[in-house]
Ligand binder design. Structure first.
Ligand code: PEP
Ligand code: MN
Length: 287
């Protein structure tokens, strides 16, 4: 099926280095290559809640084989009375945990005014699903030297998602990973939180050389669906996964957000073992 997309610089047809559909714009995040043939596993808590909790989970995900640590310092919450994250203190905690474990940090930035500050602490800037069309924010991270993880908006088309990546690229930053995280559908909060759109991976990879990640945690919303969807995502051509994990011996009722979807280190170890046995498949168009 031919995709009708506007003329964007991030498309293969305009990015002369990557006309070959088998090629990917790989880049480095704290010593880890994103977009190569080895799937990258990014794991950690939904939110940074304390230094002890973050260090505990970071050590556990590292032991389970994760490559990079995720964790939100600034949390986009639907309800303004919900925990909003530790903010600047959360950034300091993440930097301290990187110091302690050596794991590079992926964390969300929501406010264009805070891009430099978040970039000073993090190795990769996450743009959340709700911010995918915050155009001033996209332009600001486009001026940053840090790689960007761009979540798909939960009701966005492929075209809208790629246009958002183009806003970032226009600022000069083409180190962008696109992250599918599920779209709103009739399953919403009945058996799953969202519908994981695995169909989208192949057309994204055909259209642009930017690497594609999948977040099976926000896509499912329940921990016992995460392993199957992780394996399916890798089989469908994802370059890596962004996964929420809980610490060993966690009491879910004590967590401040997304308590139901974090996987245990044992499940994470099973996913990373599967990933280590795989190479990222070529997009179908290149086979
Ligand atoms: C997250 O990954 O922390 C997050 C809030 O995800 P999303 O933007 O996909 O909802
Ligand atoms: Mn979360």
């Amino acid at each position: 099926m031919d995709l009708q997309l506007p003329d964007l610089g991030i498309l293969r047809r305009h990015w002369s280095d990557y006309r070959d559909p088998a090629s990917t714009h790989a880049f480095d995040v704290h010593g880890i290559t994103l977009g190569g043939s080895r799937p990258v596993i990014i794991a950690g808590p939904c939110a940074v809640e304390s230094y002890e909790q973050t260090l505990h989970i970071a050590r556990a995900v590292k032991a389970a084989g994760a490559d990079l640590l995720r964790g939100g310092a600034f949390k986009p919450r639907t309800n303004p009375h919900s925990f909003q994250g530790l903010g600047r203190r959360g950034l300091e905690i993440l930097a301290a945990v990187r110091e302690e474990t050596g794991l590079g940090i992926v964390t969300e930035v929501m406010d264009p005014r805070l891009v430099d500050e978040v970039a000073a602490h993090a190795d990769m800037l996450q743009i959340g699903s709700r911010s995918m069309q915050n155009f001033p924010l996209l332009s600001e991270v486009g001026r940053s030297a840090r790689p960007v993880l761009l979540k798909r908006g939960w009701s966005s088309t492929l075209e809208e998602w790629l246009c958002s990546a183009e806003y970032i690229a226009l600022g000069g930053n083409r180190n962008i990973a696109l992250c599918e995280r599920g779209i709103r559908s009739s399953c919403h909060w009945s058996y799953a939180r969202n519908l994981l759109d695995l169909n989208v991976i192949e057309p994204v990879r055909r259209s642009t050389p930017l690497p594609v990640l999948v977040d099976p945690s926000h896509a499912t919303g329940v921990w016992n669906l995460v392993e199957a969807m992780s394996r399916a995502s890798l089989a469908a051509g994802a370059h890596g996964l962004l996964i929420e994990a809980v610490g060993p011996e966690v009491r879910r009722e004590d967590l401040q957000c997304d308590a139901e979807q974090g996987i245990t280190p044992e499940i994470l170890a099973s996913i990373t073992a599967a990933a280590r046995d795989m190479r990222v498949p070529l997009p179908a168009a290149a086979c």
